[in-house]
Design a binder for this molecule. Sequence first.
Ligand code: NAP
Length: 246
Amino acid sequence: MRLKDKVAIITGAGRGIGEFTAKRFAQEGAKVVVADLNEADVNKVVEEIKADGGQALGVIVNVTDREQVDKMIADTLEHFGGLDILVNNAGITADNTLLKMTQEEWDRVINVNLTGVFHCGQAAAKVMAEKGSGVILNASSVVGLYGNFGQTNYAATKWGVIGMTKTWAKELGKKGIRVNAVAPGFIVTPMTAKMPEKVLDMMKEKSPLRTLGYPEDIANAYLYLASDEARFVTGTVLSVDGGVVL
Ligand code: NAP
């Protein structure tokens, strides 16, 4: 088991990539905190992990709210007695072209994808620094590396997440904390279900592998980076995108 007895918080774990990551980590022996906005989704994922023989705690959290984030960390420590891994997965889109994007669309995406990552990263890092070990993994995107039509706000946040990842890797390495990002390509989840079919077909055609990705592909990347197999890996951005930008 690659994460035996490690305590891992995964934000946005109620569905999509976060759900699969929580389940994959639990299969590898982690004690998983399923953190998300949506109570019904959280309960479902927790029950499924437990039914599969894993250990899980559900926490309802809005990552934009620092008090709720601090409570998530406190609940984790109280229930599982520690914190080893944080996957900053919660993220949203609110697409529009630059000429049409509203202030509200800009603020909403910045709040979840950047400020939420800051809150969770800072709160977790304080606990990990005291212990002298830990792993923080951040959800970037192929869009954070190359930009994308209609995603000024999202691209800015996913680019920003890479900046935070590299900065935290520099600051926290001496405290025994590794920090990395994963940059998924187009993955079949409720988030991409909102995209036009023809855009998804185009992405498939652009990939040398001629396929879209699935949440399991990203969960496996997080698993590698969270495990001790990646003990010498920090400050990196692992692209898991089927080579779509080649
Ligand atoms: P998803 O299916 O939309 O799931 C995102 C989850 O995050 C949802 O359960 C959502 O809860 C939760 N969430 C949203 N805002 C939150 C908040 N303020 N606090 C706590 N939880 C919140 O997304 P996904 O496709 O799995 O993507 C997961 C991550 O990977 C995101 O950061 C995304 O940007 C990144 N990513 C995805 C792709 C892709 O192709 N899918 C590609 C590159 C990067 P609700 O259900 O209540 O809204």
